[in-house]
Design a protein around this ligand. Structure first.
Ligand code: AMP
Length: 449
């Protein structure tokens, strides 16, 4: 099948050719015809399958046809709700790319940045809105955005909305939408709550399922290194110093862990950026842009921050920590091997994470090959018991200690602020290789089977 078989209008076909798309991906081939016919759709698909174009193309084509008589008049008719700001921005970009010859206007709105430019963009007239639920609810509450004219609604990555606690905002938005509309719901997994939501908002939907989450892309080469917790940092440096890995997306289970891994790599001379929920929008965008342009070789990310990030031709995913939910492993490794390209997924597994590895292998239905003969083989075969922190001495005593070792603050040479070698207010940083320390001992969310 090619795009000519899908009855697409010329402005869209032209844009797809400019994107270099030769033929529709499976989800596009299956979803576009019923969507152009006005059907609701339930899509079981994750990022990397081409699902954005699968809904963007029919939405653009439908709105373009409606606007044919008044091409200069913009009115908000399509809404795409996404769980993360990165995904909202990427979805809007895709609409702009595929719709570049249509005169339809797409705007992204999301939290974490000032609302004024977004409000100005809305006032300028818009046809399609890609939004995160929190900011959208805010703007609706302030009467700065009206979704009463929406006739096409997409709920993207519905399972993540649930995971991230946005489902109430999503339901508030849905309650404000006109009843007469075309609705599309995409979700990589189908937990009970999402199945119930789908049931309540979709009318006689067509179901399209591609790459179900329990069968990770076969083309991805997977391996696991059994390594002690304290040696993970050294192993990561060793791998990244070799020539095999041009660039890698490195997953950390926590934000704190991600920062630590970033510091370890940068200290070892390996340019690395860090992206997680505590970083400002600007810092995240810079880290992502530096990684995409090759300025940095590694991007360290938490699962939530990495969700929806679209990086073409990512060759390696490294799980510095194994996730405690096996589905997350599948999501993570799916970041590589996109659009039919091969990819490599490397996981580090310490003694405490062996149970997670077992769960993952059970879900994917095969063993992940263990790399033998690497420089940091596992030597600790018992669970790690975190040591309680020693109590802090009283403030007076700490000041006296500082003065004894540094001199009085007035006589110190260091500039104002903290002396370069003054004791940190925080407890001493754990040794570099301890990046996974706090992560390995979080209570497992899954019950042992
Ligand atoms: P998505 O699943 O929407 O995040 O898309 C994943 C990647 O596939 C994006 O980088 C798209 O640009 C790319 N893509 C989408 N559709 C096609 C297609 N028909 N041919 C080639 N690449 C595509």
């Amino acid at each position: 099948m090619n795009f000519n078989d899908l009855n697409l209008i010329n402005p869209i076909k032209k844009a797809l050719a400019q994107e270099g798309y030769e033929r529709p991906s499976p989800i596009q081939a299956e979803a576009i015809p019923p969507l152009l016919a006005g059907r609701d759709l339930l899509g079981c698909a994750q990022t990397g399958t081409g699902k954005t174009a699968a809904f963007a193309i029919p939405i653009l084509q439908t709105l373009y046809r409606q606007s044919a008589n008044a091409p200069q008049k913009h009115s908000l008719r399509a809404l795409i709700l996404t769980p993360t700001r990165e995904l909202a921005a990427q979805v809007a970009q895709s609409f702009q790319d595929y719709g570049r010859h249509t005169n339809l206007k797409t705007v992204a709105i999301f939290g974490g940045v000032g609302q004024a430019p977004q409000v100005a963009a809305l006032r300028g007239g818009v046809d399609i809105l890609a939004a995160t639920p929190g900011r959208l609810c805010d703007l609706i509450g302030q009467k700065l955005c009206d979704i009463g004219g929406i006739s096409m609604f997409v709920l993207d990555e519905a399972d993540r909305m649930l995971d991230m606690g946005f489902i109430h905002d999503v339901k508030r938005v849905i309650a404000l939408l006109p009843r007469e509309r075309q609705t599309l719901l995409f979700s990589a997994t189908m937990p009970k709550e999402i199945a119930a939501l789908a049931n309540s908002i979709l009318r006689d939907p067509v179901t399209v399922a591609v790459t179900p989450v329990s069968s990770p892309v076969e083309i991805i080469e997977q391996s696991v290194y059994l390594v002690d917790r304290l040696n993970k940092g050294a192993l990561l440096i060793d791998l990244l110093q070799g020539a095999d890995i041009v660039s890698a997306l490195v997953f950390s289970r926590t934000k704190h862990g991600a920062d630590k891994i970033g510091r370890i790599l940068n200290k070892a001379g390996i340019a690395a950026g860090v992206i997680h929920g505590n970083k400002s929008q600007g810092a995240r965008e810079t880290a992502l842009a530096d990684f995409k342009s090759g300025k940095t070789r590694a991007l360290i990310a938490t699962d939530i921050a990495a969700r929806g990030i679209d990086i073409d031709q990512l060759s390696h995913v490294i799980n510095f920590d194994l996730p405690n939910e096996p589905e997350t492993y599948v999501h993570r490794i799916g970041r590589t091997g996109r659009a039919g390209l091969g990819g490599v997924a490397i996981s580090f597994c310490n003694f405490d994470e062996k149970a997670y590895l077992k769960d993952i292998q059970k879900l994917i239905g095969k063993e992940v090959p263990v790399v033998e003969g690497h420089p940091y083989p596992m030597q600790v075969f018992e669970p790690h018991v975190p040591q309680p922190r020693p109590p802090r001495p009283p403030r007076e005593q700490r000041i006296q200690e500082t003065q004894r070792t540094q001199g009085s603050p007035r006589t110190r040479e260091a500039p104002r602020g903290k002396a370069a070698d003054a004791p940190s207010r925080k407890p001493a940083e754990a040794p570099e290789c301890k990046a996974g320390e706090t992560q390995n001992h979080r209570p497992r969310r899954r019950r042992p089977r």
